[in-house]
Design a protein around this ligand. Structure first.
Ligand SMILES: Nc1ncnc2c1ncn2[C@@H]1O[C@H](COP(=O)(O)OP(=O)(O)OP(=O)(O)O)[C@@H](O)[C@H]1O
Ligand SMILES: [Mg+2]
Length: 361
């Protein structure tokens, strides 16, 4: 005879793919029936027609089939009632001791900023997030560029987030959870946000999104140093800023702007990343298309480290267009190597910061 408790123990280790909590903890397991060789499990999905039903089916079947003596596993799916869903939402949101994030606060929040547009913030954010996830961390990306969202494409994510109660579930790819205004707008109609609405949209991305447990939340900021950074600094004062620049001398005036933004918002600048640093020519020499020195100079002015210099690469741009971040490419890429190196520096720096302080929970 198969033991029911043993089945529950297996189910306790299987997470809902969207909510990142155990099926048992989420009260999704409604009944388990066993006999000599077979197990029948009743599972209530959070919403009817849950897109991840197949994944849950597979995980449960695999997990339970691996138990000694189990020959067949049958799963009956139903959907939670409204009351059950309400209890679930309360369970997921009720634990928060903080304003802002529901559930738990991310361990580290890193906002990617630049003084001017088009320097590669979004491309870098996507690749850094994927590189951090590849190192085994739980990573989320908040696309705070609500006008010019580019994260869904960069991370190869299409679709609409599930809404459970008043809670939005991020979409996920490459182990990175993403929330973006791009999921709610179509490409041809620009979204126009006025100040207060912009503030509200960003705050909803923080408060009404079920991020789950995150080691890193990356925030892709819009170009410049405007309202969004202020909203973020108010809601997430512990956020740190990574500044992206090109090597161009114009970085000098930009440095002033970013420094002022950081000062005004009290956000700590973690480091500078120089992007589009050079183009590697076939003969091994480097073409410094955008000049030299911008990164070093900006880092010096902000008194923070220069974390890396990412070369110009066609495949990096292509990866952004096709939703296949270059850091995952098996082919050799100096840009990917540099971004992975920066990811390791970010991990080291955030670890150092976390080390001496005891957890405040
Ligand atoms: N190192 C690089 N090599 C080649 N192309 C790059 C590189 N970095 C960025 N790009 C390309 O440059 C363009 C601008 O990059 P991206 O959109 O990431 O910049 P951004 O700073 O986020 O822009 P915005 O300020 O509009 O948000 C994109 O087409 C991207 O693919
Ligand atoms: Mg961008």
């Amino acid at each position: 005879m198969i033991n029911k408790d043993d089945v529950m123990k297996v189910l306790e280790k299987i997470d809902d793919p969207e909510l990142h909590r155990s099926l048992v903890e989420l009260n999704m397991v409604k009944n388990v029936a066993v006999d000599d060789t077979s197990v029948v499990i009743d599972i209530a999905l959070t919403i009817p027609g849950c897109p991840l039903k197949a994944k849950i089916h597979k995980d449960v079947t695999e997990g339970v089939s691996a138990m000694p003596g189990v020959k067949t596993v049958q799963i009956n799916f139903s959907a939670m009632s409204q009351d059950e869903r309400k209890t679930l939402t309360e369970k997921l949101t009720g634990k928060s001791k903080y304003a802002g994030f529901k559930d738990v606060r991310p361990k580290h929040v890193i906002a990617v900023a630049s003084g001017k547009g088009g320097v590669g913030k979004s491309t870098f954010t996507a690749n850094l997030a994927v590189a951090l996830a590849a190192e085994g961390y739980q990573v989320g990306v908040m696309d705070a560029d609500v006008y010019g969202f580019s994260m869904p494409r960069a991370l190869g994510i299409v679709g609409q987030p599930t809404l459970i109660g008043d809670m939005l579930i991020p979409l996920e790819n490459y182990g990175v959870r993403l929330m973006s205004m791009g999921f709610f707008a179509d490409d041809d109609n620009p979204v126009i946000w006025r100040g207060p609405l912009l503030h509200k949209a960003i705050n909803q991305f923080i408060a009404d999104v079920h991020w789950g447990k995150l080691d890193y939340l990356m925030i892709d900021l819009p170009p410049g140093t405007g309202d969004v950074s202020i909203t973020i600094s108010q809601a997430i004062p512990e956020a740190q800023v990574l500044v992206v620049t090109t090597p161009q001398a114009a970085a000098r005036s930009v440095a002033g702007r970013v420094a002022k933004m950081a000062e005004k918002t009290n956000l700590k600048v973690m480091g500078v990343v120089e992007n589009m640093s050079y183009y590697q020519l076939p003969d091994g020499s480097k073409d410094f298309i955008f000049g030299k020195g911008g990164g070093v100079e900006l880092a010096g002015q902000l008194n923070v480290p220069l974390l890396g210099q990412v070369p110009i690469e066609t495949r990096l741009r292509e990866g952004g267009d096709t939703g296949k971040p270059i850091v995952l490419s098996p082919e050799k890429s100096p840009a990917a190597e540099e971004i992975s190196k920066i990811a390791r520096s970010v991990i080291r720096k955030t670890m150092e910061q976390a080390a001496p302080v005891a957890s405040v929970n």
